[in-house]
Design a protein around this ligand. Structure first.
Ligand SMILES: [Zn+2]
Length: 298
């Protein structure tokens, strides 16, 4: 059952990933991703169904357009595969929350509907973070056209969810609304709203401070807006763990690039992929990290 769902999630993820490629490509040329079918970015030939299968088409076509033979970017299969992989992780995370997840779909009540809606938001957040990261890697820019709507929708959802949790005596939803689940106690108890606002204040505060004090050399204001979004989806203390992971991985990669002399000291390193990676790691594996950490301590 879980494996079947994971397989379906992977397939669904590659299809969404294919759409995310369209969003990224068309944002560069300021075209709507919803208008018109897909076409070759070089000769603009419309693509037919067998050229539109995620990952597999790229392999059949040996990474070339069928008509103009122009080499296609590795971005296409990579974004599809990564989206598929992260969607699979989302499903597996859902089933790690508690044994109750397996029975979730058996009876439908208000709480279950909210849990499933919140679950759909995780897919949305993964998709947004992949688009923002890939665009930052390509253009050194944060794609506000995607980020600002995502902040608005997610903030409203988190407020509604918190309000409903405080008004009802839900049993499972409080766990499902926080990424560390039942491991949250490790950092002391923070109830829903203090966690939400502390997460935003902390994450956005630290990155803004870095953008301001380094005059945008280490980090830009775009990264601060992204941090605001991550604060909304993670809350506290998840935000702290995500930031630590982002700095460790980001610092490590920067050192390797410096050693390989790929980047000069002043060269700009896009930081959105590291912030996103930190956030996704906490979202999907936060509980396992805390468990391993506790096992080290005791
Ligand atoms: Zn072509």
């Amino acid at each position: 059952m879980v494996f079947l769902l994971a397989f379906l999630a992977f397939t669904f993820g590659t299809i969404i990933g294919s759409f995310l490629n369209v969003v990224i490509d068309r944002a560069e040329i300021k075209e709507s991703p919803l208008k018109g079918g897909s076409y070759c970015p070089y000769c603009r030939k419309p693509l037919v169904w067998w050229e539109l299968i995620p990952i597999l088409s790229f392999i059949f076509l040996k990474g070339k357009c069928s008509s103009c033979k122009h080499k296609l970017s590795w971005q296409y299969p990579l974004v599809e595969a990564i989206t598929g992989l992260f969607f699979t992780f989302v499903v597996l995370r859902f089933f790690r929350f508690s044994f109750a997840s397996l029975y979730m779909f058996q009876n439908i009540n208000f709480e279950n509907i909210l849990i499933i809606l919140n679950f759909l938001f995780w897919f949305y957040w993964v998709a947004v973070l992949i688009v923002i990261s890939v665009y930052d890697l390509k253009k050194y820019l944060i794609l506000n056209e995607v980020l600002i709507p995502a902040i608005t929708i997610s903030f409203i959802w988190r407020l509604i969810l918190g309000f409903l949790i405080s008004k009802n005596s839900f049993y499972f939803l409080p766990y499902f609304s926080r990424f560390l689940g039942d491991k949250n106690f490790v950092f002391g108890y923070y109830s829903y709203f203090p966690s939400l606002f502390l997460g935003i204040l902390f994450f956005c505060g630290v990155i803004s401070l870095l953008a301001w004090t380094t005059k945008e050399k280490a980090m830009g204001w775009g990264d601060a807006i992204l941090a605001f979004f991550l604060g909304i989806i993670l809350g506290w203390p998840e935000s702290l763990i995500a930031l630590i992971i982002a700095f460790l991985i980001g610092g490590g990669v920067a050192l390797i690039l410096l050693a390989l002399k790929k980047k000069k000291m002043k060269g700009y390193v896009p930081f959105a992929p590291f912030l996103s990676f930190g956030a996704l790691t906490v979202m999907l594996f936060g509980d396992i990290i805390i468990e391993k950490y506790l096992a080290l301590l005791f």
